[in-house]
Design a protein around this ligand. Structure first.
Ligand code: 1GP
Length: 262
């Protein structure tokens, strides 16, 4: 059986930039069944994987219930994008096992990961090790994780952290501007893309075809959208999302990336 990692790398190499739909399992946002419908529309719109995560999840049972409801509706890989130790579930296919490399607090760099590691092992989740970098303005993720936010106007600083992360052996880099925030400057993505040999995930504030196209052109390998999906997808059955994903696929189809499996 193909691993989630192989699926992602092969798809990036063959198709170009991928799209991930982020669904927050926080029950104050939506019920599990509503999350299932959101995922179904996202799948029909052409998304490549479902991310499950949020900064304010405090009980694993919501994560389990949300994933089970989504699994009833879609065939896509379901990947945990943990906001903290409670954001785990054995029902997922894989987890972005992340270190927030520019946090000032070791708890967010390796502490909570160590505390969660036995649970992750027992859950038999596939590990997608990810160096997570939070750039200004950083949003809730930046505030909670005590990040020393990377400056928007100094791309070289983010790129230096990203390169160090690759040298440490992380399989992915996640450039985060903060959910619902001003989106990542293209210059940062461009510089990282020019020096890294691992895929770049970018998220925060993507809400239009123009945003998506500029990220593709800068070299993003995976574009994550959460807030837009949360606000829009049940209103138009995923039509607006489909237009953005079509733009991603169209603008990245001729680019050539050839990542090797690590
Ligand atoms: C959050 O980058 C993601 O980590 C998604 O951000 O909610 O702004 O799409 P948005």
């Amino acid at each position: 059986m193909t691993s989630t990692y192989e699926y992602l790398i092969n798809k990036i190499n063959q198709d170009g930039t991928l799209h991930f739909s982020l669904i927050d399992p926080d029950p104050t946002k939506q019920s599990p069944s509503k999350a299932g419908r959101m995922a179904l529309f996202a799948e029909q719109a052409g998304t490549d994987a479902i991310l499950i995560g949020g900064s304010t999840v405090f009980d694993q049972k919501f994560v389990d219930a949300t994933i089970l409801a989504i699994k009833e509706k879609v065939k896509l890989p379901i990947i945990i994008f943990p906001g903290g130790v409670a954001n785990l579930s054995k029902e997922a296919d894989a987890i972005l096992f992340m270190s927030i490399l520019n946090s000032e607090d070791p708890y967010f760099i390796v502490g909570q990961q160590a505390l969660a590691s036995y649970t992750v092992k027992m859950a038999n989740l596939e590990i997608l090790s990810t160096g997570y970098l939070i750039v200004e303005p950083g949003g809730t993720a930046g505030w909670i994780s005590r990040a020393k936010l990377l400056p928007r106007k100094k791309p070289k600083l983010t790129a230096a952290y990203a390169l160090a992360a690759e040298y440490f052996g992380f399989k992915f880099i996640y450039l985060e501007a903060g959910s619902g925030s001003e989106r990542m400057p293209s210059e940062i993505i461009r510089l990282c893309s020019s020096i890294l040999n691992i895929p770049i995930i970018v998220g925060g504030g993507v809400s239009s075809k123009e945003d998506a196209r500029s990220f593709v052109e800068a070299g993003a390998d995976i574009i994550v959208m959460g807030t837009f999906i949360e606000n829009q997808i049940l209103k138009d059955d995923g039509n607006a999302l489909k237009a953005i994903i079509d733009e991603i696929k169209e603008s990245s189809k001729n680019r050539k990336k050839n990542y090797s499996l690590k």
